[in-house]
Every structure is written in C-alpha cells, then in structure tokens.
Design a protein around this ligand. Structure first.
Ligand code: IPM
Ligand code: MN
Length: 354
C-alpha cells in the first residue's frame, strides 16, 4: 500500500484560510489523478485564537507537528494584535524549534506574467534564494540598557555559527548542482562592513567550494549590489545563498520581479525533519472573505511541498498547470481584486489544467 502523506494545515489569519483552501483543492486534484494519498489535519493558530484564548502556540502543537510529513501555512498576522507577537510566537518559533534551517525561495517569472523590469523575459528571471532561517539577527540576541531614558542603549547582534553557516551552504551547493543550470552559486553578504559575520560566511563558502564542489562557480556579491543586479541583470543569478535578514530583504525584492507577492512562495525546510510551506504574502486583512486574493503563491508553495516530500512528478504537474494557466492569459493580473476571477476560480483553473 502506498504511503499516506500527513499534512498539518495552519490556515491562520486573514486571507490565509482562503488561499490554503485552494492549495488543498489542487493537491487533492493531483491525488485524484496520480493516486498519491494525503491526509490533512487542521490547526487553529493565529490572531483569532490568541484573541479568544490568549494562546499563541501551545507546546503540545509543536510536538504534534513533529509527527507530520509536512506543514502548510496560510498567513499569520492580525490587525488587532501588536506586530511581532504572532510573527515571533508562531512563525519564527516554529522555524527555530523545528530547526527549519533553510528558507527556500524560488524566483521564476512565468510566461504571461507582467514583469516590472523592462525587456526581461521568463528566461531571464529564474533563480533560487537559499536563506539561512535559524540564526543571524533573527535569534534576538541583545537588549536594552537604561530603557526609556535619554541614555537608552539598544543592541541587536547577528549570531552566525560555523555549524549553521556550513549546513546552509551545503544545502545551497547541493541545490546548485541539482539544478544544473549555470552551476553558479552567489554568496550575498557585506564583507566590506560586517568584517566578522560576513567574513565567516565567505571563508566557509570558499572552503566548501574548493573542497567539495570544484565544478561550481563561486560568486561573491555584497547585498547592496545584489539588489542592484537583481533589477538590472537578474539573468546573472542561478542560486543565491545568504543570511537570515539579507535573505528576508532580497526575497521581497525578488518577489516583485517575478510578478509580485501574489505568486511568490517559500519553504521553511528542515532536510532531516518536518518542513513548512507558505505563500510569501501576509494575511491581507482588507481582502479577507471577499474571494479576491490570489491563491497562486499558496498553490506554488503546495508544489514545493510535494517536491520536498519526494513527489517530484506531482510537483511538476502543479507547476506545469500554473505555467499553462498563466500563459493562457485567463488570469488578468496577479494583484488582489484584479485577477478578473475569484480566488476559488483560480484554484479551479489550476486544478482543471493539471
Ligand atoms: C518572511 C516574513 C517574516 C520574516 C516575518 C513575518 C517575521 O517577512 O517570512 O519573510 O521576517 O522572516
Ligand atoms: Mn519577509
């Protein structure tokens, strides 16, 4: 008997449940075609639950997640909850405690999608960002001294361990090898200023490249220049590897050149454990319940989930259907409210084109 993949669903806040519903629809349609089996379990986490019960993320949930094959998250963030509480208490805590040390963000311009860059086509925009997901400035090292006085001091340190950097680099090198595109790995840092943190990254990068990946071209670029080249010559990138905060920033920029937040997806990956997949956009409270939000990012995150589960054929089916649907021009725009069809209709289109 074939395996049943157990998926934990965290639809979350705002438009999260609407886009996850479409993602599940597409995965179920894939299952119907291929015989793959999935079992979804819903977890009520997010702003509503926090407001109702005061609970953010019970410890028991974290333990339960470890028993799943993967997690599929809609969005976290509520207009009535102070920024930071849910993001830190749910999203970041899950990334840390489940040791999802890679944040994988593919950047691909599909045919039929509007690109804000002049003269750039799908062949020019096709790279992947590997963002370290458990260290750096996100660890929260630091604090206040003399808080609320005129002499207040705030510090926030970037923590980079050789172990954490090496495992992230190894993932990025292996991905570059597997993609077999330009065989070029770009390290994005800031060695001219961060003479400790970025220096560690660069030494580790060059050492690993020389020792284990002689066929991969090593390319070092400062983060500010990465932003510049991403706009001017995105075709120069194949795989980019970087720390947590730089990765956060450059992937928002990258999302825009692939058509916007409506189509950008990410995976929080623990290659040895349970991984969590999510659309990059937020909970978009103002669009909640209107059937106008774009579910393509969530559907794409679902495809990444399938691929990570080892269901490569199934993942390809979803990607191909997205490509076909977008190329058909039926979806007028990727922006919320401008798609020319409802959230559920976009889901139907992808499911029908599988
Ligand atoms: C992201 C988000 C999160 C991050 C926030 C919500 C904490 O911006 O996934 O990129 O900074 O990592
Ligand atoms: Mn971000």
């Amino acid at each position: 008997m074939s395996k049943t993949y157990k998926i934990a669903l965290i639809p979350g806040d705002g438009t999260g449940p609407e886009v996850i519903a479409e993602g599940v629809k597409v995965i179920n349609a894939v299952a119907a075609k291929t015989g793959a089996k999935f079992e979804f379990t819903n977890f009520d986490l997010g702003g509503e639950r926090y407001k109702r019960t005061g609970e953010i993320l019970p410890d028991s949930c974290v333990e339960e997640f470890k028993k799943f094959d993967a997690m599929y998250l809609g969005a976290i963030g509520h207009p009535d909850v102070k920024p930071g509480i849910l993001e830190k208490g749910i999203l970041l805590r899950l990334r840390f405690e489940l040791d999802q040390y890679i944040n994988l963000r593919p950047v691909k311009l599909y045919e039929g999608v509007d690109c804000p860059l002049k003269n750039k086509e799908p062949k020019d925009i096709d790279f992947v960002v590997v963002r370290e997901n458990t260290e750096g400035l996100y660890l929260g090292a630091g604090g206040f001294l003399k808080k609320d006085t005129p002499y207040e001091v705030a510090t926030q340190e970037s923590i980079n361990t050789r172990f954490g950097v090496d495992r992230c680099l190894k993932y990025a090198f292996e991905l570059t090898k597997k993609r077999n595109k330009d065989k070029k790995l770009t390290l994005c840092g800031k060695t001219n200023v961060l003479t400790f943190a970025s220096n560690l990254w660069e030494r580790a990068f060059r050492a690993m490249g020389a020792k284990s990946y002689p066929d991969i071209a090593l390319n070092y670029v400062n983060v500010d220049a990465v932003c510049m080249w991403m706009i001017k010559n995105p075709e120069w990138f194949d795989v980019i590897v970087t720390d947590n905060l730089f990765g956060d920033i450059i992937t928002d920029l990258a999302a825009m050149i692939q058509g916007g937040i409506g189509i950008s997806a990410g995976g929080n990956i623990n290659p040895e454990g349970v991984s969590m997949f999510e659309p990059m956009g937020g909970s978009a409270p103002k669009y909640t319940g209107q059937n106008v939000i774009n579910p393509l990012a969530a559907i794409s995150a679902g495809a990444m989930m399938l691929e990570t589960l080892g269901l490569e054929k199934e993942a390809k089916m979803v990607e191909n259907s997205m490509a076909k649907s977008l190329a058909s021009g039926k979806i007028k725009s990727l922006a919320a409210g401008k798609m020319g069809m409802g959230t559920n209709q976009v889901g139907d289109l992808i499911a029908n084109n599988l």
